[in-house]
Design a protein. Sequence first.
Length: 330
Amino acid sequence: MTTKISSTSRSAQRSALSLSGWLCAALALTPAGCGGHIGGAPGVLPEQTARREYSDSTRSWMLPGTKREDLLYVADARLVRVYALPKAKLVGTLKVSDGPDGECSSASTGDIFIVEGPTIVEYAHGGTTPIETLNESGDDAWSCAVDATTGNLAVTNVVDPLEVSIFPGATGPPTNYDLPGMALAYDCVYDDSGDLFVAGLTSPGYAFALDELKKGSSSLFTVELKNIGKTSASAYAGLAWDSKYVVLASDTDAYRYKIHGGVGTPEGATVFKGASEVYGMWLGLNEIIVPSDGTENVLFYEYPAGGNPTKTITGFSQPRAATVSKVSGR
């Protein structure tokens, strides 16, 4: 059964001049944002609350009790939307100054890191005030990942300089590492052992590329990916770890790779029906949450089965990344 959480129509979004019409589009909800229902359940964000909070465009907000729930953070144009799980109920937004382009979260603390141009801003789970701001050496920081074994924070810089920066204990200053064999760097992820993987594209030809930094090593090396195809220059490379395989995604598919001895062997694929231009995904135990920039929505899929989405949140402008922050201690 598929649950769809939709917004007003696209034409209505473009022409919404009244406050109530604008609120429905901005909050990415069906009539639930205007006093209706989501998925047949009673509306969970009363219009008065939404009107009061969202009318102030200069600040971030969260509904009361948000810190007691598992939260999905979705990076959209100029803001981050926050949803309570498992119902995907909108419970807040974070205003950002640039982007945002990437997000990641700490499994131990629940803290959220948001990549905003050259800065990385840290928030506590359910918080609206930054608790730390870090600076990356380049202007094109794109994604981030937290090492569960050390608490280190990795941040990729797309190009100029083409590098990945690691902040020890998620504090500055970072150590910067070159990325061999890449023309563009996008996503990154740590495995359970603290090894770092960075996904990007090569040049010429724009084939997918994967670099690895072994825990304790001083440099990255290029992983040889077997049976990997080429993509267009406009494609992105999303990356995740499923406790066994590195998961590399772009456009409508995700490919699972077993990494051993500098070689990546394909172990299967997951198809995201209804998605386009996928990157910045979040992978849980049996579920993968996919921001689909091409269709301007966020889709939930069973993992590794894929196929049709089990849930959809619509109404985004540029959904770039998603991460889940669980209540600390769970």
